[in-house]
Design a protein around this ligand. Structure first.
Ligand code: FE2
Length: 178
């Protein structure tokens, strides 16, 4: 049975309206894996025919969550970062993304957990979880954020200073950081 973007968004709205906690976000993560099994969704949003780069494909007026599609040409490695007040769910459609979860120590950051998202897998980073992502050329994925990220203050690791620095996201550029 088809499970389209509208179905996912309706389910996510219902879940988050009832339970915007780690448990609710985990339920959204599972629904995103279901969405990635839908051929019609993938053909429209994460395929050779979809626009290159990042684009927002949905924003929920009731709860504020956003859905973004990424069709990336070049490989990329992000610095460790968080999403300010927002959680994030990443769902891999094509290729892979290697994820690292970092923990703060007295003298900077150290990796706490590493895992790979293969096609069909979705992973959750909760509010303030510091993570970095690395994907290969041609990776395609879907990201759901708890809020629209433009103007959100968030933390990015500054390798020169060896510390996290708070910055303000600016529109689409913010989403590039993953
Ligand atoms: Fe991220």
């Amino acid at each position: 049975m088809a499970y389209l973007l509208a179905d996912f968004c309706s389910d996510a709205r219902e879940i988050l309206s009832a339970d915007d906690s780690a448990r609710g976000r985990e339920a959204v993560r599972a629904r995103l894996e279901q969405l990635l099994t839908d051929d019609a969704f993938c053909a429209e949003y994460v395929s050779d025919d979809a626009p290159r780069g990042m684009r927002q494909i949905y924003e929920d007026e009731a709860t504020g969550f956003c859905v973004l599609a990424y069709n990336m040409t070049e490989p990329r490695k992000s610095p460790p970062h968080d999403h300010g007040r927002s959680w994030a769910v990443y769902g891999q459609a094509v290729g892979y993304t290697d994820m690292t979860v970092w923990k703060e120590t007295g003298c900077g950051l150290e990796p706490e957990r590493e895992f790979r998202l293969n096609a069909g897998d979705a992973g959750l980073f909760d509010v303030r979880d510091i993570h970095s992502i690395e994907y290969g050329a041609g990776a395609r994925f879907v990201r759901v954020t708890g809020v629209e990220m433009s103007g959100e203050a968030r933390r990015v690791f500054d390798p020169e200073a060896g510390t996290l620095r708070e910055i303000e996201s600016v529109g689409a550029g913010s989403a590039r950081s993953g």
